[in-house]
Design a protein around this ligand. Structure first.
Ligand SMILES: [Zn+2]
Length: 111
């Protein structure tokens, strides 16, 4: 899947960019659910258990995750935002994550 791209058009004059769909480059992306995963230790926790919170309209979930749970995508914390594209009608997931001191952003396949 493509790296995160911003459109040159339609910012609000404040430096913000418009995200485009990783599948069709369309500009009409809609936010869906948001999931935050944080390891115990508040930012200094690494490779340990932690908490996952998902807010999805009327379906909010809070789960404890073990250190080896497959939902961890790196050694530290992550934020995942589900999107739906009005132009191609496909779902995409944007992930912000920290791994070994690096902060990374990428599109991942919806699960
Ligand atoms: Zn699209």
């Amino acid at each position: 899947m493509a790296i995160v791209r911003l459109s040159d058009e339609g910012d609000f004059g404040d430096g913000s960019g418009r995200m485009v769909c990783p599948r069709c480059s369309g500009s009409y992306l809609h936010h869906g659910y948001v999931t935050v995963r944080q390891r115990d230790g508040g930012g200094s926790g690494e490779d340990c258990a932690g908490t996952e919170v998902t807010v999805d309209a009327d379906d909010t979930k809070i789960l404890r995750l073990g250190a080896e749970d497959a939902r961890w995508s790196g050694r530290r914390d992550s934020v995942e935002i589900g999107f739906w594209c009005e132009e191609c009608d496909e779902a995409s997931v944007l992930e912000l994550m920290q791994h070994k001191g690096l902060s990374l952003v990428r599109w991942i396949d919806p699960s």
